[in-house]
Design a protein around this ligand. Structure first.
Ligand code: SAH
Length: 492
């Protein structure tokens, strides 16, 4: 019998299964969060940790009229795409949703997901999608890429521990070493825990609001050259700070140790106040500029070093891309797409600490960076200074406010190229309309969310003045379901 949803005669649709029913099903697809999708008697189920090609036994955990969720109980026949998880806590952590999938398949999954969004949400026809999309830029070694870790500290079974919050809860699961993070993070974590045990420093307890140490924040430069540690504490002072600082400064490359004061009873990680206990208030990183090109139309991107690089100062609280190896490629693609010859007036909207702006500045006439967070703009100005860049100007404010106001007052100024790199929710509609009015010859869109990117591409191409020329997925987050994209829209 096909048990897909049935009407109950009263107008509402009844799911064919109940919570706690056990079913056998074969997984056919992956959802956007990396969960397996299959059908049991015609009824669609989403199953975490299951892969296309797996035949599984699953327990139904939640039902909706037309689909439901189930928990993987047993893999009866494994998918040909399966590989053993490297990390012992891959499933309970949930940070790496697709770690059990071979890397080549992970890349194909991401490529397909972007293509589907471009067709379904962007409204592009399949032929155009295939014409503009290039094969995803993957990593040669898809591990140990993260330059940042925020590690919660707490008690578990009477023992001090640090690790991660088990999927959607605030229960800490102990973990000594995260395999997608720099090994330095594990070293710092071990030193902090040893120090806490030795001096009886209590970890923070969310239920009582008591205790001191909440999170260990570690950031590293590319290849771990410079290291910055910040301890988030529920109090104003850190006892035995000198001892911890001495221990930490034994780690080669450490340049900064600070505390962040967070006495709020909320699950926001960082408080506002930062105190430097030793070293500098920032670390430095350096990203090399590459030339990105497509020797074969529609083929893979090829990167060649230019011998030039940009230095960045990153303070404990500022935004910085977490995968420096792929960031170099992402920014280099953005630079190539911008097609600069040295004279252009460029806007870099959502510019953060000016990271992309400074990549562009060397080949532009003038760059305007716009960003809503004032500290990030301070970082951007300092970054321009340390690189000797004088043709980049940074403005604090919302992109959708700053750009229209500026253009009203300086209507004679041409805008040649606009780069946008918005957060997950995509660009504000006023921002998109302003870009269309400014009529730059190129628009470069960097995005961490394919769905909102495709929604915005539909708007930007609607009146027919812009054509989508290249769409390049970049795997910034191997082992997870996320995918970054950079694309070029050219004015016809
Ligand atoms: N291009 C930068 C930052 C990208 S993250 C980089 O690659 O490092 C997106 C940035 O957009 C964040 O710094 C966020 O603070 C900023 N932002 C969010 N909403 C904004 C808005 N309405 N106007 C301008 N900037 C905004």
């Amino acid at each position: 019998m096909n048990r897909s949803a049935e009407h109950n005669g009263k107008g509402s649709i009844q799911p064919p299964f109940h919570k706690n029913d056990e079913v056998t099903l074969t997984i056919e697809d992956l959802g956007s969060a990396g969960e397996g999708i299959g059908r049991a008697d015609g009824y669609t189920l989403f199953v975490k940790d299951a892969l296309p090609g797996d035949t599984i036994r699953a327990l139904i955990t939640r039902t909706k009229p037309t689909y439901g969720y189930a928990r993987l109980l047993k893999i009866e026949t494994p998918s040909g795409y399966r590989t053993a998880a490297k990390c012992p806590v891959a499933r309970s952590c949930g940070g790496c949703q697709i770690q059990e999938m071979e890397y080549a398949q992970q890349l194909q999954f991401k490529q397909r997901k972007v293509r589907e969004d471009l067709i379904r949400i962007g409204g592009f026809d399949p032929k155009t999608a295939d014409h503009v999309m290039h094969p995803i830029v993957g990593m040669e070694y898809p591990w140990r890429y993260r330059n940042k870790a925020q590690i919660p500290v707490g008690m578990r079974g009477g023992k001090l521990c640090a690790g991660f919050y088990a999927g959607r809860t605030h229960v800490i699961i102990p973990m000594e070493d995260c395999l997608i993070s720099s090994p330095v993070c594990a070293k710092v974590q071990a030193k902090v825990l040893t120090w806490m045990e030795r001096y009886h420093i209590p970890p923070y307890d969310e239920t009582t609001g008591k205790g001191l140490v909440r999170h260990i924040l570690v950031r590293t430069g590319k290849a771990g050259r410079e290291i910055m540690v910040c301890l988030v504490i529920n109090g104003r002072t850190l006892p035995h700070a000198q001892e911890l600082s001495d221990d930490l400064f034994e780690i080669p490359g450490i340049v900064s140790f600070s505390v962040n004061i967070n006495t709020e009873r909320s699950n926001v990680i960082l408080g506002r106040e930062l105190r430097i206990l030793r070293g500098r208030p920032y670390m430095e990183d350096e990203l090399e500029i590459m030339d990105a090109a497509y020797p074969d139309a529609g083929g893979e991107a090829v990167f060649t070093p230019t011998g030039r690089s940009v230095r960045y100062r990153i303070s404990p609280l500022s935004f910085y891309q977490v995968n420096p190896y792929q960031t170099v490629r992402l920014y280099s693609l953005a630079l190539s797409f911008a097609g600069l010859t040295g004279h252009e007036n460029v806007w870099d909207l959502y510019c953060g600490a000016g990271t992309i702006s400074l990549f562009l500045a060397g080949r532009a006439g003038h760059v305007f960076g716009v960003e809503i967070i004032p500290q990030a703009i301070e970082n951007a100005r300092a970054n321009a200074r340390i690189n000797g860049i004088r043709n980049a100007e940074f403005v604090t404010g919302a992109a959708e406010k700053v750009m229209p106001e500026y253009l009203r007052e300086h209507s004679e100024d041409a805008v040649d190229t606009v780069v946008v790199d918005p957060p997950r929710k995509g660009c504000d509609i006023v921002c998109l309309q302003t870009i269309l009015q400014a009529a730059p010859s190129r628009i470069v869109y960097v995005s961490c969310d394919p769905a909102t990117l495709c929604r915005d591409l539909k708007i930007l191409t609607a009146d027919g003045h812009y054509r989508l020329q290249h769409l390049q997925p970049v795997d910034m987050f191997p082992q997870t379901a996320s995918v970054e994209n950079v694309c070029l829209l050219a004015r016809k």
